[in-house]
Design a protein around this ligand. Sequence first.
Ligand code: NI
Length: 207
Amino acid sequence: MHPHDLAMAVICESLLVLAHHSLKFVLKVSPSPVESMSQISLWFERQFEFSFPVELHPNVRARLRGTPARLEELLRVSARETLTRKQQGKWSAQEHAGHLLDLEPLWLARVEDYVAGGAQLTVTDLQNRKTDDANYNARSLDQILASFRSARERLLKRADGLDELLWTRSILHPRLKTPMRLVDHLYFVAEHDDHHLAHIWEFTRVN
Ligand code: NI
């Protein structure tokens, strides 16, 4: 080998070794996705625009109907330890599921607001103390999932029996100060489902 080529080979090898170590360093110091900021946007910062046609209400109901199956599919494949692990004091995957269960009575009460013709939708506790107090990590996962499935069935059954004219009735949302049609309310519930399913998915796929 020509001395010049040899020198080049040594430099190249040194650079490769350096690159390898830098990569190892980057991999070592990068926090895992769970330790870093979640990519999921904050629910209370979400803005909603409701401009889709009311005729889409069967599609929105189909989304709502699918949530128990999606939740079960996500949760049943993970170990209990993964499902109950809390990160930085935030809810565990199982607590997110419990929170979905906790909100079903609110969604149903809001459907009744449309039937009764109220001026504002039923308010809720924005601190979600109900979920913190329930201690879902100590409960059986099967029980949470079964309760959610039956509560969701009840909500959908109630929506099934409603007069077609009710779907366009508009009532003010107490926090967003936005008028919401009944179809928007159910769309809002489907978006809320997705928000928590995204959190659960984030937990279960990295653990
Ligand atoms: Ni929520």
